[in-house]
Each structure stands twice: as structure tokens, then as C-alpha cells.
Design a binder for this molecule. Structure first.
Ligand code: ZN
Length: 398
């Protein structure tokens, strides 16, 4: 890959070229994050692709410390960080371009035992934020569209970190963008710039918090408000009031289940009765890797028989044909993919609120809200359709 020797004597020009190549390799591999990690005698470089960490390809996976240090300086300069400061954590960002596509790169530094580690978040500006391409079934898509067409209410997206909640919220906003609606958002940070949405970023330096932004946004005549994350009482309180007073509010919460989200809201001190009246839809989401359609291999009859458990038989019996014919496959791996996978899509469990569910939320009778194995069954259906593998569904639905 590299025509530049990784000897200790690399010139400044070569360091610039080497940094460019490092970014290019990560971006071409569709990495979302790049980690430059000093170790005892060298520096390891890894990247996160489709949610999983892996070593960079040769020759970048292990760099001589002197070269890695020079690359770190180059990256810190690009981010407008203080290159004389390596003991305190810093963060910064810069724009990059690859094949006419723009990439936002956010960088953070943190010194550890072996030196300063840099983590770069790589964010393509052209993102897949089409609601119909997130992975919802046709039935789920119709429900989400219907709830988004309502003038008020609260739509809560839950899932662990990295489960695609933010992109899903963006796809909802894109779905309802219109000259007839004033759509605003409070985010930390703004990850995708949307044309017709007034997006405001949380700024700790000037003490601009979610709740402060929300209060200010409410004075700006909004119809739809997106709050990046429900994480404290103040912002939850303002958000509830907004949802109760004629606004459609979309937000997310870092929880792994619907019931955990309800408990977390209660833990934040949220008025559960008010919440039960505001909530219109709770969405629980995971991202699974998509099997590469060039190399995936259909399961043999013998392999299929090993899955003859009740759960699988139930999922097969209820399999909706909207995902296509039953054709479970295994990952293989080819030049065009990463170990048999390419890209990711969402698996969703939706809970539409009605009278009895509102009572369950108000009283936190969460066992009445969980509809058995909703999320897992959705995942198993996507195994039947040949879109993902059993291993992927097991990985994200624990
Ligand atoms: Zn492949």
C-alpha cells in the first residue's frame, strides 16, 4: 500500500503524505473511528469498521514511535490543538476530502502510561439518512411515518451506544423536513448538518447545556424539536413540557431495553404520569452487519437443522414475507467486504402507546410493556431473509 519506507528518518513532507495515506486507508475501509495507541516500543493503529475494532492494514498496524509521534503532531496541527500540550486531554476537528466526498474528522487526545493516544471519529457528510433505508419492516415504517405526522407527542429511541440512534433521529427529521414546519434541534455535537433544521450544539465551554438550548429553542416558535439525548432531569423536564404543549419531540436514551428506559426516566426524577401522556412511540434499536451479497453462502440443510430450537421454529412460523424468501446464509469474505460483511442496518422493536400502555408507564409496570422477544425476533427474521447472520443477531441481542 505505502510507497513510503517506515524507517525512523522520514522527512516532514513524508509525514504529511503518510498521514494522508493513513486517513485514506481508514476512510476507504469505511472506518468510523481511528485509534493511534502508543505502546511500550511502538505505536499500534486500529480502526472501528461496522462497529467492530480491528488492526489497520499493513504497514500502518504497527508504527515506529518516532513516526507515530510525528503523525500525531501533524493531526494535532490539523485539529488546531496545542502541540506543546500532551498531558491534558484536548479535542478538535478538521474537514477532509476523499474522492469529492467531504468528511468531518473529530479528534480527541488523552495521555496514558505509554504516551498520548489519539482517537479520530470519521464522519462522512453524505450519510444514509433515508428513513426507508434504516432497516424498518414496511409495517414498522408505516407506524413511524404515522407517528411523525402527528403535531405533538414524544418519540423516544433507545439502544446502547453505537446502535444508530442518532442517525435514526436524523432520518426522522429528514422525513418530515418541509417549508411548512419549523424544525429545531439541540445536539452534542451536531453530527450531520441538515438543510432546513436549525441545529444548536451543546457547548460546555460557555455552559450552554441541553436544557438551556431547549428553553431558548422553545422561544423560537418550533413545531418539531429533536433533543440529541435525554440525559438529565433539567432537559427531560423541559422536553416533557414541550411535548405537552403542542410540539413533536424526538429524543434518544442510552438504554438497552424499553423497560430500562422507563426506569431511567423515573431515576432522573421525571414526572411519570406526564411522561405516560406525552409518549407516543418508543423504538428500541440495534445495528447488525449486513452480509456481503457477493460472497455470502446459503446454509446447508445440516446447518439449518442445528437451529431447530423452539425460538427458531417460532420465528420461522411467524416470518413475514416482506423481507423476501427464506434463505439463511453464512459470511464468507471476499475482496469487496470485511470478513463477509459490508455496511450495517437497523433492527427495531416498536412500542406504540395506547391507553393500557400509558397506565403501565405511569406505574412503571414494565413487564407489561415488553412484548416478549420483539427485537430478537426481528433479528431472526433478518437471518431468515439472508441479510445478516446468526452470529450478528446473537452479538447485539443479549
Ligand atoms: Zn464479500
Amino acid at each position: 500500500m505505502s510507497d513510503i519506507s517506515l524507517s525512523a528518518s522520514v522527512s516532514v513532507t513524508n509525514i504529511i503524505a503518510l498521514t494522508d495515506q493513513l486517513l485514506e486507508v481508514a476512510l476507504l475501509a469505511r472506518a468510523s473511528d481511528l485509534h493511534i495507541e502508543p505502546q511500550c516500543q511502538s505505536t499500534q493503529v486500529r480502526m472501528r469498521v461496522d462497529g467492530l475494532m480491528q488492526l489497520m492494514t499493513s504497514p500502518f498496524e504497527k508504527l515506529p514511535s518516532a513516526i507515530a509521534d510525528a503523525i500525531v503532531v501533524r493531526l494535532k496541527l490539523l485539529c488546531d490543538m496545542d502541540i506543546g500540550e500532551s498531558r491534558r486531554p484536548q479535542d478538535g476537528s478538521f474537514q477532509w476530502q476523499l474522492n469529492d466526498q467531504h468528511v468531518d474528522i473529530r479528534c480527541s487526545s488523552l495521555v496514558g502510561h505509554w504516551g498520548e493516544k489519539l482517537v479520530l471519529r470519521l464522519q462522512w457528510q453524505q450519510q444514509n439518512i433515508d428513513l426507508s433505508k434504516q432497516g424498518l419492516s414496511p409495517e414498522q415504517l408505516a407506524i413511524v411515518r404515522m407517528q411523525l405526522s402527528k403535531p405533538q407527542g414524544l418519540i423516544l429511541v433507545t439502544g446502547p451506544t453505537g446502535s444508530g440512534k442518532t442517525m435514526f433521529l436524523y432520518s426522522c427529521l429528514k422525513q418530515i423536513q418541509s417549508p411548512y414546519l419549523n424544525i429545531v434541534s439541540a445536539e452534542d455535537p451536531v453530527e450531520v448538518a441538515l438543510g432546513d433544521v436549525h441545529q444548536v450544539a451543546v457547548n460546555d465551554v460557555i455552559d450552554l447545556s441541553y436544557s438551556q438550548i431547549l428553553r431558548a429553542l422553545l422561544r423560537q416558535d418550533p413545531d418539531v424539536i429533536m433533543l440529541g439525548e435525554l440525559r438529565d432531569f433539567d432537559s427531560a423536564d423541559v422536553a416533557l413540557k414541550a411535548a405537552q404543549t403542542g410540539h413533536l419531540l424526538l429524543t434518544s436514551m442510552h438504554t438497552s431495553s424499553l423497560s430500562e428506559a422507563i426506569h431511567r426516566c423515573h431515576g432522573l426524577g421525571v414526572d411519570m404520569l406526564a411522561l405516560s401522556y406525552c409518549l407516543s412511540l418508543i423504538i428500541n434499536q440495534r445495528l447488525v452487519r449486513r452480509l456481503c451479497h457477493h460472497c455470502k453462502s446459503p446454509m446447508t440443510k445440516l446447518q439449518l437443522e442445528s437451529f431447530a430450537s423452539k425460538e427458531w421454529l417460532d420465528a420461522a412460523a411467524s416470518y413475514p414475507l416482506c423481507f423476501g424468501p427464506i434463505n439463511p446464509c453464512l459470511p464468507v469474505g471476499c475482496e469487496g467486504c470485511q470478513g463477509g460483511y459490508t455496511g450495517r442496518f437497523g433492527v427495531f422493536d416498536l412500542l406504540v402507546m395506547d391507553g393500557s400502555k400509558r397506565a403501565s408507564v405511569a406505574c412503571r409496570r414494565v413487564q407489561e410493556l415488553e412484548c416478549g422477544h420483539g427485537l430478537r425476533q426481528q433479528g431472526l427474521w433478518r437471518v431468515f431473509s439472508g441479510d445478516t447472520s446468526v452470529a450478528e443477531v446473537n452479538r447485539v441481542t443479549w
